[in-house]
Design a protein around this ligand. Structure first.
Ligand code: GDP
Length: 295
């Protein structure tokens, strides 16, 4: 487990010859190693600071376990804290008591929001839950076309009203269609922008207020690294998210964005995207992500 961090921690401890238990003093170099490791995994600096403070507290209160080397014990403390911060277990998608369940997708352009919409629809279909994808990006005809192409590919219907329509109305009409046809879940894809933009936020808020979704899922590109924290904070403060999907984890990022997103929003990451294909979606498991982040 965590080979890179294990090695550096072992050497940090070796410098403190003869010290066989964790103390307020000898923990400092070990905390430095954790800090370095998390920063190199692209966890946001403030998030790292908060996390280190948590680990320090947990380590100081830890009992000495006889026969266990302090570096090994320390690694376990770090891992346990990381899993704790990331939510202990997978949190499944919300499901409305009376269908349709409404899921609103939010996020910047290019993060993989439309792809995630289709991935989610396919995931639901595999669970015998019917889905309707609703395209509200009236600004980019290509976005609606992309959704339609994906819909055909996974055999999930798409509702859209072209590029002249009002996004709020498209969302409402889509839900009406799902109600009329007894469709289980509506996934509303929304317009993104390359950067945070007030018009985008206001549109999301309007759609959210109009349709009262059961889930607002923020789609975050794992390659965003450090930026993921401020991005999540802005979306969460302004729109209010209930969970996140972290995409592009098939890349070589260690996935530090996961820790940032979770800590900043307090909301669970529900799925991860691990490729461009529609099948490339997996439930998020905190322990697996902890191992990946700690390297
Ligand atoms: P949107 O603008 O947020 O709707 O983003 P798109 O869904 O159009 O995706 C942008 C690009 O990212 C496309 O080329 C997708 O194929 C790609 N993409 C989306 N999710 C993933 C993923 O999990 N892994 C990889 N490698 N690429 C992804």
């Amino acid at each position: 487990m965590f080979d890179a961090l294990s090695e550096s921690l072992e050497s940090a401890w070796k410098k403190l010859r003869g010290q066989d238990k964790i103390t307020a003093n000898n923990i400092k170099p070990a905390l430095q190693e954790v800090r370095r490791s998390l920063l190199s995994a692209d966890v946001n600096l403030q998030v790292v600071k908060n996390f280190i403070a948590d680990v320090e507290k947990a380590a100081q209160g830890a009992d000495v376990i006889s026969g266990v080397r302090p570096d090994q014990q320390f690694i376990k403390i770090v891992n346990d804290e990381l899993v704790k911060v990331m939510g202990e277990s997978n949190v499944p998608l919300a499901e409305a008591d009376t269908p349709p369940t409404i899921i609103l997708m939010a996020g910047l352009q290019g993060t993989g929001k439309t792809t995630a919409t289709a991935k989610l629809a396919l995931h639901l279909r595999k669970q015998e839950r019917s889905a309707l994808m609703v395209g509200t990006d009236v600004y980019r005809p290509a976005a609606i076309d992309q959704l339609k192409t994906l819909g055909e590919q996974i055999e999930v219907p798409v509702f859209e009203m072209g590029t002249e329509a009002n996004p709020v109305e498209v969302a409402q009409k889509g839900i009406e269609k799902a109600q009329a046809e007894g469709i289980n879940t509506v996934i509303i894809d929304t317009a993104g922008r390359l950067q945070i933009d007030q018009d985008m936020m206001e549109e999301l808020i309007s759609i959210k207020n109009a349709v009262s979704p059961h889930e607002v899922l923020l789609v975050v590109d794992a390659m965003t690294g450090q930026e993921a924290a401020s991005l999540t904070a802005t979306f969460h403060e302004q729109v209010g998210v209930t969970g996140a999907i972290l995409t592009k984890l098939d890349g070589d990022t260690r996935g530090g964005a996961a820790l940032s997103v979770r800590q900043v929003s307090g909301q669970p990451i529900k799925f991860i995207g691990v490729g461009e294909k529609v099948e490339a979606l997996q439930p998020f498991y905190p322990e697996r992500m902890a191992s990946r982040i700690l390297g």
